[in-house]
Design a protein around this ligand. Sequence first.
Ligand code: UDP
Length: 330
Amino acid sequence: MTVLITGGAGYIGSHMVLNLCDKGENVVVLDNLSTGHDWSVDARARLVIGDAGDIETVTALIRREQIDSIIHFAGSIIVPESVVEPLKYYANNTGVSRNLLEAAVNGGVSNFIFSSTAAVYGMTGLEPVAEDSALSPMSPYGRSKMMTEMMIVDAAAAHGFKYGILRYFNVAGADPLARSGQSSSVATHLIKVALQAATGQREGMQIFGTDYETPDGTCIRDYIHVSDLADAHALVLGHLKSGGDSAVFNCGYGHGFSVSEVVSRVKSITGVDFPVSLAARRDGDPPAIIANSARIKTALGWTPAHDDLTQIVTDAFAWEKKLMTRNRKE
Ligand code: UDP
């Protein structure tokens, strides 16, 4: 049986492809290449260029490829962009997911794993947040994902498939073998932006908000290495395939770093003291968000292998340098 990975040409999806292909799984990627790259898809997987919201095409693909499990990454992921373009987020995240679910039901898919986000929780403070906390997203991005979670639960109850909903904290880093990494040309995420500043791709960077109720006044996030995240999905897939129940899992390490700490770490690892200016708060940013990941550790034995900010930044830096070489050649 085959696993369909939507958004498999993107950042997290391409690491999922590597993870499953390394395990010898049969993988089909569906990606419209709006932000992903065909070269990010490992050659062991088959890339189909198309839209995950195209019900007829996806239903036919599921039947043709005998897909029994879908891991759904395709979507838009930038919190501040969602504030200015909410309808794009409700279309690309909520709308596309709704159609993909219909195709999954049509095609008789057994397992559906969804890429959700810690942004569904909203203001959580410095205490680690668990899966049964109240959901109160602060941005259209978070709401678009929360609505998708709701659709998945309802559709699973009505149609009998099983689901795994994974709520990601701040995904960062790159494949330790430098086979993939964050490759989008438009960078908004903190570590990528800082690395672009360190490698001279931008003049410097800004820290958004220095007056938060946190020890150094900058926002705190729980940064998780993308390879550990891919591993969490593989465990959930195995759990569902072997008869385990549907579940929601947080994916983070349970401790956070402030924006200032991350910027300092990037400077020390790259050895470049790039210019940093202090700017106003960015819309939609909660002050702190840290995972309680006890559930996935206890239920599935998830053991992160890269819980180390230095490794996250080092792997991301290695990828950034490789990407610059590739972009120069193109
Ligand atoms: N951030 C920043 N400067 C940047 C990019 C991000 O100060 O150029 C901050 C952002 O305001 C937030 C944190 O870094 O507090 C993490 O933001 P990111 O966009 O990486 O992820 P998010 O938490 O929004 O998903």
